[in-house]
Write a protein that binds this ligand. Structure first.
Ligand SMILES: *Cc1c(COP(=O)(O)O)cnc(C)c1O
Length: 395
């Protein structure tokens, strides 16, 4: 693997080595290379097969409830002083965008003849989504979760158990998400004949960042059409989304990359991987990540466990590098304000993750005056209500 930066078309396929500009690639142990190659081949063949695409479309429509609407947020817009459109991924089955990716990967796993899904999870949301798809397809499901996260996310552990999945604690390192990723990869190598690793965001070794983006492109494609209907054939001035690993953001950005809409990703200040612009390799690909001076990966910290990750998907690093997207950090306090504002003005309790994007929209409201902003509302806030009750009552 070299560090040259081949030209890649904007939001097109990555290079044969899985590069987006200088980022991405496949930095994995020798033992994982054949599994990644098998997966890449299977994905290319499936995505080129109209039958696979039709079956996935049917699942997204009749199981997940797509298309999700675009809602004009009139009262929120009045409050902010500009026009606000919401892409309603919160209305999908299981309550977030994550279902788009897991249905795609589970269908691919079935096509590859695999009978067992492996997943890693931090807050538990990707674990729940994978367990959901496994139940739907009649597959075994094993979810690795840091021991610390298991204690913090009791309800999601119970949900996964209800759905028939086994939750295995990751006991190494900080016993959080990045350790769960390591355990999941170890399991995958050991049992690759019957097992499929269902990765939860647009990151990891090639082909995952590309494949996960592809499964989420439905968000951007729908939104482009829905916005055209609302805006006389036009596009919003700004498209914004929160960025953890980067999957919901890359999904909606993909629908507008070829327009002059400004693309803005919003990260928690305590996990601002793109903002810091420190390149490095983590979990199989080169990207920007949170690192100290000696190259040690730092723990991310955020009010939202779903954004609590030290790295970001490589395509975002590339978009930042070439200046096609920019990335803004917001603080927990700003997120708490945004969470309440959307609830009060729209009757929509947002997940804490997309409340990050709204927090940036609130802070930069003067610069946005008179514009039209499309916010990817990646999930609903039911899962965060108990935590917010603690936060707000202790104010
Ligand atoms: C998991 C999650 C995220 C963060 O993941 P990305 O891959 O960055 O999209 C964002 N929003 C919601 C609602 C989530 O559940």
């Amino acid at each position: 693997m070299t560090d040259t930066a081949p030209q890649t078309p904007l939001m097109g396929d990555p290079s044969p080595e899985g590069r987006f500009g200088q980022f991405g690639g496949r930095f994995v142990p020798e033992t994982l290379v054949p599994a990644c190659q098998e997966l890449e081949k299977a994905f290319r063949s499936a995505w080129g097969d109209p039958e696979f695409r039709a079956e996935l479309h049917d699942l997204l429509t009749n199981y997940a409830g797509r298309p999700s609407p675009v809602t004009e947020a009139k009262r929120l817009g009045e409050e902010l002083g500009y026009r606000v459109l919401l892409k309603r991924e919160d209305l999908n089955h299981t309550g977030s965008h994550k279902i788009n990716n897991v249905l795609g990967q589970a269908l691919l796993a079935k096509r590859m003849g695999k009978t067992r899904l492996i997943a890693e999870t931090g807050a538990g949301q990707h674990g729940v989504a994978t367990a959901t798809a496994a139940a739907l397809f009649g597959m075994d499901c094993i979810v690795y979760m840091g021991e610390v996260d298991i204690k913090r996310q009791e309800l999601n552990v119970f949900r996964m158990n209800l759905l028939g999945a086994e939750v295995v604690p990751a006991m190494s390192g900080s016993r959080t998400l990045k350790d769960a990723v390591n355990e999941a990869m170890r399991d995958w190598v050991a049992k690759v004949e019957d097992s499929y690793y269902c990765l939860g965001s647009a990151m990891g070794p090639h082909p995952y960042p590309w494949m996960v983006r592809t499964f989420h492109e439905v968000i951007g494609a729908e939104a482009r059409e829905q916005c055209a209907a609302l805006l006389d054939g036009g596009v919003p001035d700004v498209v914004t989304a929160c960025v953890g690993g980067g999957s919901n953001a890359i999904g909606i950005f993909s629908g507008f990359a070829d327009t002059d809409a400004e693309l803005v990703g919003v990260e928690p200040a305590g996990g601002a991987a793109v903002g810091r612009k420190v390149p490095g390799v983590v979990h199989g690909s080169k990207s920007y990540l949170m690192q100290d001076e000696v190259g040690q990966v730092l723990e991310a910290e955020s009010i939202s466990a779903g954004l609590d990750y030290p790295g970001v998907g490589p395509e975002h690093a590339h978009l930042a590098d070439i200046g096609r997207a920019r990335y803004e950090p917001v603080t927990d306090a700003e997120v708490v304000e945004a969470f309440q504002l959307m609830s009060r003005t729209e009757g929509i309790i947002p997940a804490l993750e997309p409340a990050h994007a709204l927090a940036w929209m609130m802070r930069d409201r003067e610069a946005l005056a008179g514009k039209t902003v499309l916010l990817n509302l990646s999930g609903r806030g039911d899962k965060d209500v108990a935590q917010m009750m603690d936060v707000l009552r202790n104010d």
